[in-house]
Design a protein around this ligand. Structure first.
Ligand code: SF4
Length: 666
């Protein structure tokens, strides 16, 4: 959708260097040789579209199998002082090299691509002071897992985390990337970066006397491995107490799969330390009790691990090496052979997210997060109560085996291998004659048509399509799951618009009534909206507090707009969604008096007074709504807005992209 939106601006190339990474749609099941070709075939039209658009606009294109965006960025683009936006919430990974890298929604990425200002509320700076040095089994993953437990998934809100203190000098670059990777989603921070001590030779230093809004201190010397989860990354338990936690919480005492790698933890250091444990266990004649999967983060790391026989060690021990892609971390795990749908079970991963259903689509799978080392060692026991630091395993020869603390190498002594040239990115100057490949019969991709500008008069006869009761998240407005397939096809994905919304009058979900037709036929909300769109009738939604909370998903603004929504009238808005609505030319208004929510209903007709003048005045001026009730009675009430001068220009032009296209092409 970001590329489709960029295309609608009509610009010949992106304003900032841009890259596309095809990592989320690759299945992890039987191993890369089988999974990758099948995934490429299944998603061919999407990959062909992205590749052709990349050529046309001079965007670097990393083909499917080349790697996971964050690992690729760390290897290729990250640099101290770089500021970068990425359309994934683990973008802060590049902070491991001193970048400020922020995960955003597609619409925000398009802002950067078209050279529009990108706005962020000035962040607080949360200092995380690292003291001492890691030893034994403790890893950088344990730093961020402990931090997630200290901060909780809301604790970093509005902050950029700056890791600093003497402990920084003891960590590798990839270790710091792991610490940065999980700050946005798992601790709600905006980004993370690193600052060495002023007395180090490292140039990435904090200013002398740097002040932080808050400081959290972690003593690396005393840090023990942690296991976080299930279902939330901030439920953090030190390994020494995990066995008891399993019993107290009645979590499963065995687990079926251990998965290592992903964008969070597939560095050479991670993998050589895991390999060391596998070699120890193999030498004792042991095999993993849980299934064991390895996801390299990029072709570069895969090729290096293959050259150094590390992947062979994993495979000989019974591990399955998956494609260089997200695979099970994004739910592309076809797990059909060991657990039935809905069956309660546990898995252990070195990934970063662990909400319900995340990995295998089974909400009853309890997914615990740990370092690759802990996942690997525990996979040999298949038991959630096994502590590899203190417990032993019986060997086939009848002796007892206990792991020694893992050893590894921060960097490959022979340097990094380049890997297959098939996975090299394409780069080049924009090629304006290159057609962008979108089949007119595709059900997954459709060229975006520009939205109509705001009419040169007040809005009249807007129909209230639905009055939403209670919470209305971006998921309520644009559901995910199977609908994600249609993210590039606005007409098709719009068939899910507001399907999770509760009707304030009837308590039904996704049941709308067409009060403007004899017999008041009922239908789903998207069906009624599509019918009105065909009749040329525009509409508005009425909602309660925090409308559009939950995510930056731009589809939640694009879809209603596409179906004819001009106004959303709510008690209050989630800030990012409110901005997204304005960017798509929808006017977000709030009740001056929240009680007025009771005075308006589905089937009423609304006209605006003062809205056009306010927009033309750059956001200045009072706005009133005149409501004609279904029974004919008329009411008027004041509404409020937060529309700035620039946003008023977006709305008048029909959308931010319409305005940018006008400016860009002028
Ligand atoms: Fe996101 Fe997981 Fe892929 Fe990383 S590996 S980019 S967390 S889906």
């Amino acid at each position: 959708m970001a590329i489709l939106q960029f295309m609608s601006c009509g610009l010949p190339s992106t304003a900032v260097p841009t890259s596309i990474h095809c990592d989320h749609m690759i299945v992890g099941e039987r191993g890369t040789d089988v999974d990758l070709p099948a995934s490429i075939t299944g998603n061919k039209e999407v990959f062909d579209f992205l590749e052709s658009a990349a050529k046309k606009y001079g965007i670097e294109f990393w083909p499917p199998g080349a790697g996971i965006i964050h690992q690729t960025v760390l290897e290729t683009y990250a640099a101290p002082g770089l500021m970068m936006l990425g359309t994934d919430s683990h973008t802060p990974n590049a902070g491991g090299l001193g970048a400020i890298a922020i995960g955003v929604g597609g619409a925000d990425a398009v802002d950067a691509m078209v050279d529009a200002p990108w706005e962020l509320k000035a962040p607080r700076i949360l200092g995380v002071r690292l003291e001492g040095s890691l030893n034994g089994w403790a890893t950088p993953k344990d730093v961020i897992m402990k931090l997630a437990g200290l901060l909780t998934v809301r604790g970093g809100t509005g902050s950029i985390i700056e890791y600093h203190g003497p402990g920084i000098e003891t960590l590798s670059c990839t270790g710091m990337a792991t610490c940065a990777n999980m700050v946005q989603h798992e601790a709600a921070a905006t980004a993370a970066t690193i600052a060495s001590s002023p007395d180090s030779s490292n140039l990435l230093q904090a200013d002398a006397g740097a002040e932080y809004d808050e400081v959290v201190t972690i003593d690396l010397s005393a840090l023990e491995p942690h296991i976080n989860g299930p279902f939330t990354p901030d439920l953090s338990t030190p390994l020494s107490r995990f066995g008891d936690a399993v019993k107290v919480n009645q979590w499963p005492e065995s687990f079926g799969a251990g998965l290592i790698g992903s964008c969070t933890n597939s560095s050479y250091e991670d993998m050589t330390r895991a390999e060391n444990l596998v070699k120890q266990a193999s030498a004792a004649g042991l095999e993993p009790k849980a299934r064991f999967f390895i996801t390299p983060g990029s072709e570069q790391i895969r090729a290096t691990l293959a050259r150094d026989s590390i992947l062979d060690t994993f495979s000989l021990a019974g591990g399955t090496v998956l494609a260089n892609a997200c695979g099970p971390c994004i739910g592309q795990w076809k797990r059909t052979d060991d657990v039935s749908p809905g069956e309660s079970n546990a898995i252990l991963t070195s990934y970063n997210r662990n909400f319900k259903g995340r990995n295998d689509g089974n909400p009853a799978t309890m997914n615990f997060l740990a370092s690759p080392e802990i996942v690997t060692a525990m996979s040999y026991a298949g038991s959630t109560t096994f502590n590899p630091l203190t417990d032993s395993l019986p060997t086939p020869s009848g002796t007892l085996f206990r792991f020694s603390p893992p050893q590894g190498s921060e960097l490959p002594s022979a340097g990094f291998a380049q890997g297959s040239p098939d996975f090299c990115p394409s780069a080049g100057l924009p090629s304006p004659s290159q057609p962008v490949l979108i089949s007119p019969t595709s059900d997954r991709l459709a060229v975006l048509e520009p939205f109509d500008p705001f009419p040169n008069h007040e809005l009249q006869g807007l129909r209230v399509i639905y009055k939403v009761k209670g919470q209305c998240t971006t998921d309520t407005i644009s559901a995910a799951g199977p609908w994600l397939k249609y993210k590039g096809h606005l007409p098709n994905i719009s068939a899910n618009t507001l399907v999770g919304a509760i009707n304030a009058a009837t308590g039904e979900m996704n049941v709308a009534y067409d009060h403007f037709e004899p017999g008041i036929p009922k239908s789903g909300i998207p069906e009624l909206a599509a019918k009105w769109k065909q009749q040329g009738k525009e509409w508005l939604v009425v909602a309660e507090d925090n409308y559009g909370e939950g995510s930056a998903r731009e589809h939640a603004a694009l879809q209603p707009r596409y179906l004819g929504c001009r106004v959303v009238l709510a008690k209050s808005f989630a800030r990012i969604h409110e901005t997204n609505l304005k960017k798509q030319g929808v006017v977000p208004l709030t009740f001056a008096d929240k009680e007025t929510y009771e005075a308006i209903d589905a089937g009423d007709e609304v006209s605006t007074a003062g809205l056009l003048e306010m927009l033309k005045g750059g956001g200045k001026g009072e706005v009133e709504l005149k409501v004609k009730k279904r029974a004919g009675e008329e009411k008027a009430f004041a509404v409020k807005h937060t529309i700035s001068q620039t946003q008023a220009e977006f709305i008048l032009a029909g959308s931010a992209l319409n305005l940018l296209a006008k400016i860009g092409l002028a």
